[in-house]
Design a binder for this molecule. Structure first.
Ligand code: WTA
Length: 665
């Protein structure tokens, strides 16, 4: 039995028989005594301590170094614009670097593995020098406090160095995942009104050197204004437009500079991270400095169990929130060694991850269910012969099937590492639902308990809390320090997207405000949350969050297309893939050119990771009488599911015809 649950909820299966009756795959797994013996969070009282709202969260804030102590832990007077640690002042780069110099300046802060076989270790002292030099350079080219700097960099040390340099001078960064196209980059630069783009000439992927600066070249056509472009070199001096500034050349003049950190208010923004939603335009989630850093430090310590002497490896990309919170900020605040790697997991061979883990004796490993399913498909033989030994494993980004969970547990974890399945979002800054590993038993397929201090529930569409075991809307009923401040430049959208559904939005009382993440979940009998996935038109392709609307507008750019609908089809490895249904304009013949144009448009507007799996030409899309496209029916067709009720449609015969066309093959 999950012992913590029995203490907190008094509502667990009463005897071993009940457990036996469960699917064998869903049996609880208990952390090993060795793990429990060393865990950062080993005392169940942590739930009460941090859960005493709001003062409990001070424990996280106390993990940071502050220039001025906060006046108030939480200010809920203007919901949903909550404030955390207001009055407090601090600098994020000082918290990630300077504060460690006294105790561990020569310890590795970042270990980098390049795809072309390079290895680079940056000690905390090295990182200090690099970040200061870059901060001096940014200042010298005119970047000032509160300017938003767009960073379009792949997994090279320049990425965390640039982020931390921005943080040092109080310039919020907006990192755009390197896989995003020129069009997606331009959208984000425009939305943030950013006057600086930091990029690189290229990087490696499966042995190929990809031209990366080309995306900036092309994005400039669509960017309002003329941003300054700074280009790092992957190897030597890159050959780029003469109007660009070459970072490596300019840095020479700043190698020995020291930049006084700009001390920020706790509520000053640290960064923007754009994410997909139900409407076309991506939203700039704005994260604050104090609350965010405190929350990622606390969860890195207690959920990921990171200690300064560990070597920790999160195999995500820093260009997504996971990398921000749990490659860069959380681990560095705690003073640990964080590993980052460029390239794909099958290059130069399918055992490369385990080779790297052995080389650096990695203690904690963090990846996505998509990656686990891929490892499973490749087979356990690719892990054989490598001497790695993880104490702790993490998954993030999508629901993990019990089968994949068990494979991860047995083959990667050797049957004794703990696994935490962490549920959270770009918006939440850090983990909200997952077990503290030494305190609650693992259950494959369930993210687990709400994190300390977090209040979660499952409600029906009217907002009523549901009985245990029912599937409904996941909601978070109390604020937390890691939450986004707003959608950049659009407070109304912030309220509409996350609060309107289940809050009394006219109320000044913060307790009337309920955060709606847009996910479905089951609150199980034992108090664990099982996450079902998105309830809105957002799909999760290999752990990348994509909005249906963004995809549809990319498809609609193709002149031959009259109307488009994009739905998610289940996929063994990637979780979901986009299926495109289109009607063509009069007189246009469906052929391979149109398909190629559609695929190319998606790659140009979003990126190749969003490439459609299928393009289906149909005479008509299923629509309601009021003309709304019924994506759900198309989703049923894509997934070989029965159609269900089609009587409310304008023409009920449409979906059946499409079903025969698609499923009849
Ligand atoms: C999904 C990634 C099930 C969920 C950190 C959420 C998950 C979206 C899990 C956020 C999990 C994330 N189990 N589903 N452990 N973690 N999700 O913003 O649908 O890229 O809303 O943040 O991923 O994706 P995002």
């Amino acid at each position: 039995m999950p012992h913590l649950v029995s203490e907190r909820m008094g509502d667990v299966p009463s005897d071993e028989m009940t457990l036996e009756a469960r699917l064998s795959e869903r049996e609880y797994k208990r952390p090993s005594p060795a793990f429990i013996g060393q865990a950062n969070a080993a005392d169940p009282a942590i739930y009460d301590r941090i859960g005493s709202f709001p003062e409990g969260f001070e424990e996280y804030a106390e993990m940071l170094e502050w220039d001025r102590h906060w006046d108030e832990v939480f200010d809920g007077s203007n919901p949903p614009f909550f404030e955390w640690f207001a009055g407090g002042r601090l600098n994020a780069s000082v918290n990630c670097i300077d504060r460690h110099l006294e105790t561990r300046k020569n310890q590795a802060a970042i270990i980098w593995e390049g795809e072309a076989g390079e290895r680079r270790t940056l000690t905390y002292q090295d990182l200090y020098r690099e970040v200061n030099a870059m901060a001096a350079l940014l200042t010298s080219v005119g970047v000032e406090e509160d300017d938003i700097v767009t960073i379009h960099l792949p997994m090279v040390p320049a990425l965390p160095i640039t982020m931390l340099a921005c943080a040092r001078i109080g310039a919020p960064h907006s990192v755009v995942f390197a896989g995003f196209s020129a069009g997606a980059l331009a959208d984000r630069v425009n939305d943030a009104d950013s006057s600086y783009i930091v990029t690189i000439d290229g990087y490696y992927r499966r042995g190929e050197f990809l031209d990366h600066v080309d995306k900036t070249n092309r994005a400039l056509d669509d960017i309002d204004g003329a941003p300054e472009v700074l280009v790092w070199g992957r190897h030597e001096t890159p050959d780029v437009s003469s109007s660009y500034l070459l970072v490596d050349d300019l840095l020479d003049a700043h190698r020995r500079d020291r930049v006084e950190p700009v001390i920020r208010d706790a509520e000053d923004p640290l960064f923007l991270m754009y994410t997909s939603g139900t409407t076309g335009k991506p939203k700039g989630c704005q994260h604050r400095t104090g609350g965010y850093l405190a929350y990622v430090a606390g969860t890195s310590k207690y959920v990921l169990d990171i200690k300064p002497e560990d070597t920790y490896w999160c195999a995500a990309d820093i260009g997504w929130i996971t990398g921000h919170s749990y490659i860069v900020y959380g681990p560095l605040v705690l003073g640990t060694t964080t590993l980052m790697r460029e390239g794909s997991p099958d290059h130069p061979h399918k055992g490369i991850l385990w080779e790297v883990a052995e080389r650096h004796d990695v203690d904690i490993f963090h990846t996505s269910p998509t990656a686990v399913r891929t490892f499973m498909k490749w087979g356990a033989e690719h892990l054989e012969g490598y001497d790695f030994d993880f104490r702790h494993l993490t998954t993030v980004g999508e629901p993990i099937q019990p089968e994949a969970w068990l494979w991860y547990y047995n083959h990667v974890g050797g049957g004794d590492a703990v696994i935490v399945d962490t549920w959270w979002q770009t918006e939440t800054g850090g983990h909200l639902i997952t077990n503290l590993p030494a305190l609650a038993d693992m259950k494959p397929g369930s993210a687990g308990l709400a994190c300390p201090g977090i209040e979660a529930a499952v409600v029906d569409d009217a907002g009523q809390v549901m009985d245990r075991g029912g599937a409904g809307n996941l909601v978070i009923t109390r604020p937390w320090p890691g939450m986004l401040q707003t959608v950049y430049g659009d407070d109304d959208r912030f309220i509409d997207t996350y609060w309107r559904a289940f809050s009394d939005i006219d109320s000044d009382d913060w307790t009337d405000w309920v955060y709606a993440p847009g996910d479905g979940a089951v609150y199980e009998e034992d108090g664990y949350f099982r996450i079902l996935g998105r309830l809105d038109d957002v799909m999760n392709v290999a752990g990348h969050r994509l909005g249906t609307m963004e995809l549809e507008s990319a498809v609609a750019e193709v002149p031959a297309v009259a109307e488009a609908a994009v739905v998610a089809r289940k996929h063994d490895e990637k979780g979901q893939v986009p299926d495109v249904y289109v009607t063509l304009r009069e007189g246009i013949e469906p052929d391979a050119t149109v398909i190629a144009d559609i695929v190319e448009s998606v790659e140009n507007e979003i990126g190749s990771f969003a490439r459609p799996a299928n393009v289906e030409f149909v005479p008509e899309l299923p629509k309601t009488r009021s003309g709304k496209i019924m994506r759900r029916l198309l989703e049923n067709i894509s997934n070989d599911e029965p159609l269900g009720n089609t009587m409310t449609l304008r023409d009920p015969s449409v979906p059946e015809a499409i079903r025969q066309q698609v499923q009849g093959r």
